[in-house]
Design a protein around this ligand. Structure first.
Ligand SMILES: [Zn+2]
Length: 327
């Protein structure tokens, strides 16, 4: 049977039903072509919710597709083990998308920005969208009172400067003492850390006179305090947020893939500078988040980057937040 006969026979057999199927298929195709553009408008890249008296906004600085997750995630595992976990979770095994989600917390008294995205240098690649999208969300850059830096990797400090000037003109800055001391030590200027140290020298050091340095437990403002979460970087900080009896953890980069890092927290991650310490930190933070049943925001969690975890050995199951904050 030729293809032609095949189709004719099919058409005869199916009769009107074949037509009924064809028309919606054409419509779906036409609609999805429109949706590709319309969704850019419909999804402006920010997400608001209330936490007690605080208003929290997560902003999508951008999403970057790349090869992986193996060996970036599960560096000490066989590629097949990582592929199996991805497939079991309905994810492709050879590509993944890494998102970047800075956060603004409006306490009513101050607007506090946590991390700054990849900045102007990444804009040509569709990243570095924080500045535009925070304005769409109703936050002007010069209204930011405090910029908190969880750590000094490029995707967190890239947006500090804009055209050679501070991007948040009226802000003071807060970061961990250990992180600042590590990246500004003279020996970082050479070898593997040279590029990252150069970025710190251009983007962070010029702001240092207006910077407060925190240790574990120190407050940023009333209701927001630092939690030492070392490992991903030497002085990486998470933040505990509490308002009106509601709690939230900002874990920054304590877990960087919602399946690989959470379901297998002991798998080594290339981005973690101290793999073992990062694993210990990941398990300490997420054990607490699971036990206390509190929400968290992860900088690299799937946007809008807010969810919960259920403890399931040997790790945790990510549960994206839905309407919990609306009630
Ligand atoms: Zn990061």
């Amino acid at each position: 049977m030729t293809g032609k006969t095949d189709r004719r026979t099919m058409f005869k057999l199916a009769g009107g039903a074949a037509m009924a199927l064809t028309a919606p298929q054409i419509m779906v195709r036409a609609a999805s072509a429109q949706i590709a553009t319309a969704s850019e408008v419909a999804n402006p890249g920010f997400h608001n919710f209330k936490l007690g008296d605080f208003r929290v906004t997560t902003i999508l600085d951008g999403g970057r597709p790349s090869d992986g997750p193996h060996p970036i995630f599960g560096e000490n595992q066989e590629a097949t083990a990582v592929a199996e976990l991805m497939e079991a979770n309905f994810l492709p095994s050879d590509q993944f998308v890494n998102g970047f989600a800075p956060v603004i917390i409006d306490t009513g008294a101050e607007k506090i920005l946590f991390d700054t995205g990849l900045g102007e240098g990444a804009r040509a690649n569709g990243l570095g969208q924080l500045r535009e999208r925070m304005q769409a969300a109703g936050h002007q850059p010069d209204e930011i009172d405090v910029v908190v830096l969880t750590h000094f990797h490029g995707d967190h400090i890239g947006g500090l400067m804009e055209g050679g000037e501070p991007a948040f003109a009226n802000a003071r800055y807060v970061t961990g003492q250990v992180e600042y001391d590590f990246w500004t030590a003279p020996e970082r200027a050479e070898g593997q850390t040279a590029d990252a140290a150069q970025a710190v020298a251009s983007n962070v050091v010029p702001l240092a006179e207006n910077m407060t340095f925190l240790a574990d437990g120190d407050e940023v403002v009333s209701g927001i305090s630092a939690v030492a979460a070392f490992g991903h970087s030497p002085g990486h900080m998470a933040f505990s947020v509490e308002s009106g009896g509601r709690r939230l953890m900002l874990v920054a980069d304590a877990a960087n893939h919602y399946v690989a890092s959470l379901m297998r927290p002991d798998w080594h991650v290339r981005f973690d500078m101290d793999k073992e310490m990062a694993t210990e930190t990941r398990m300490r933070l997420f054990d607490m988040i699971a036990t206390d049943r509190i929400p968290f925001i992860g900088y690299h969690m799937p946007f809008p980057a807010v969810g919960f975890v259920e403890k399931i050995e040997p790790g945790y199951r990510y549960v994206p937040a839905t309407y919990q904050f609306d009630l």
